[in-house]
Write a new protein. Structure first.
Length: 79
């Protein structure tokens, strides 16, 4: 619940280019991504691949709906 509130409070927030780790920090705070990844992937798949998989797979759906509050768009805004 806290992560949902945190993400909703930052809708439209443009992180500074000096904060490239902001998207990963927000995702790590929610922890949901890791939990889901543990149930989908086998333990031999590295966490760096498991964790963002949900965001990558849902990116296309969100892009078609013109949603810009996702990990991929936030990463792009930080660059």
């Amino acid at each position: 619940m806290t992560a949902v509130c945190l993400e909703n409070d930052f809708i439209g927030f443009n992180p500074a280019s000096t904060a490239p780790h902001y998207p990963a920090f927000i995702r790590r705070m929610s922890g949901f991504s890791e939990l889901l990844a543990f149930f989908i992937f086998t333990p031999d798949v590295p966490l760096e691949i498991r964790s963002p998989s949900r965001d990558i797979l849902s990116f296309y759906k969100e892009e078609l709906a013109n949603e810009e509050e996702n990990l991929i768009c936030t990463l792009a805004r930080c660059r």
